[in-house]
Design a protein around this ligand. Structure first.
Ligand code: GDP
Ligand code: MG
Length: 400
């Protein structure tokens, strides 16, 4: 391990661990970051990420490796988990065929939520259990080849190939970044009068001890877009769509959707609710009525949204409608409110269908809205609260 101070590094790369529950992700992480292994099977609670600093081609790279908190059992990993990740280790268990078959679903999830340029390594873990093997090495290799991924069989128990797996991911990320940055430098050199040239010469990189978070996309986009954006450090703070033009487009759409989708929805909700029997007068509803109705709203909302979302992910609808919703992986600043109308409509509809069916008291409706917003904030903020319902309820906050 590098003996430099922990905050002295040239690059910080976020890497996510994904794959079915029980394949050994948490042990791979503890093996790599602390050289520890634990035979007991306990699901990961509360760990967000662990880091390790190491050398990659003479540069000090800090790998920040994110582990799930067990949500993978319910396929309830939020997009915050993938945000900013430049690498992924997709793990399956060589003794459990099903975990290998699910690799494609995980890839789909990655392609949905993570940046499209993310570097992916597939790992067939528990290679020490060769006698129990149900996935041949060759099967793993050919799937990886077909999908364009790197591949290794690993064992967290025997510490075999763990180091190599991360080293491979990190070098691949580093190569892409340096190649693209070089291309950007050339592009800048070819365009006189475009402002400061990008200087990523060896010495400038070496001198840089600042926290440099480099989303892969940032440096990839450098070469094609505005070469005068100059320094690699600045580029580190760019995200996929963060150009002024993208901001403008995003905010225009945001306003458009607010006025043309949200507003009509808000305007029809009141007449619909009153027509369906909503009341705002005394007597107030009993707590039993309130809690039964709210429980019903949560269930029906989840049901409608789940199936709606499944339908949106069908081939045609995904390609023609829903992919637009994934256009902004990380809305930014003022645009953080951004959501595509299909989502607004589905969520809006799912949220009001319960109250519309039961005609609640206004107090119940308010309480429902408050709980609903709390659920959204909790599920999307990227933090794992000890009181999170996701610890108890399968599928809780499972989408987006
Ligand atoms: P996760 O759910 O993917 O995080 O999996 P864990 O890291 O919690 O591991 C699940 C179980 O598999 C635990 O009992 C581990 O001890 C075991 N395990 C993990 N890696 C290996 C490995 O390389 N070899 C063997 N034999 N067991 C492993
Ligand atoms: Mg785990």
């Amino acid at each position: 391990m590098a003996n430099r101070l922990d905050n002295e590094y040239d690059y910080l790369f976020k890497i996510v661990l994904i794959g079915d529950s029980g394949v050994g992700k948490s042990n791979i992480l503890s093996r790599f970051t602390r050289n520890e292994f634990c035979l007991e099977s306990k699901s990961t609670i509360g760990v967000e990420f662990a880091t390790r600093t190491l050398q990659v081609e003479g540069k000090t790279v800090k790998a920040q490796i994110w582990d799930t908190a067990g949500q993978e059992r319910y396929r309830a990993i939020t997009s915050a988990y993938y945000r900013g990740a430049v690498g992924a280790l997709l793990v399956y268990d060589i003794t459990k065929r099903q975990t290998f078959e699910n690799v494609l679903r995980w890839l789909h999830e990655l392609r949905d939520h993570a940046d499209s340029n993310i570097v992916i390594m597939m790992a067939g873990n528990k290679s020490d259990l060769n006698h129990l093997r149900s996935v041949a090495d060759e099967d793993g290799r050919s799937l990886a080849e077909k999908e364009g991924l790197s591949f290794l069989e690993t064992s967290a128990l025997e510490a075999s190939n763990i180091e190599k797996a991360f080293q491979t991911i990190l070098s691949e990320i580093y190569h892409i970044i340096s190649k693209k940055a070089l291309a950007a430098q050339e592009a800048a050199g070819n365009l006189p009068g475009q402002g400061t040239a990008i200087n990523i010469s060896e010495s400038s990189v070496d001198n840089k001890k600042v926290c440099l978070f480099v989303p892969l996309v940032a440096s990839l986009s450098l070469s094609h877009r505005d070469p005068s954006m100059a320094s690699l450090v600045e580029s580190g703070w760019q995200t996929k769509n963060n150009t002024p033009a993208a901001q403008e487009k995003c905010i225009t759409r945001l306003l458009l959707y607010h006025f043309c989708v949200n507003l009509p929805l808000m305007m029809v909700s009141y007449p619909v609710f009153t027509a369906m029997g909503m009341r705002s007068s005394f007597p107030l509803p009993s707590w039993k009525e309130v809690s039964a109705q709210i429980l019903f709203y949560f269930i029906i909302e989840d049901f409608v949204f789940y199936w709606g979302h499944r339908i949106l992910h069908s081939k045609w609808l995904y390609k023609n409608v829903h992919s637009v919703h994934h256009e902004y992986a990380t809305p930014f600043g003022l645009t953080s409110e951004y959501a595509h109308p299909d989502k607004i409509l589905f969520l809006g509809f799912a949220t009001i269908v319960g109250p519309a069916l039961t005609g609640p008291h206004l107090i119940t409706l308010w309480l429902w809205m408050v709980l609903r917003v709390l659920e959204t904030v909790e599920a999307h903020c990227g933090y794992h609260f000890p009181w999170s319902l996701s610890d108890f309820l399968p599928l809780y906050g499972g989408f987006c």
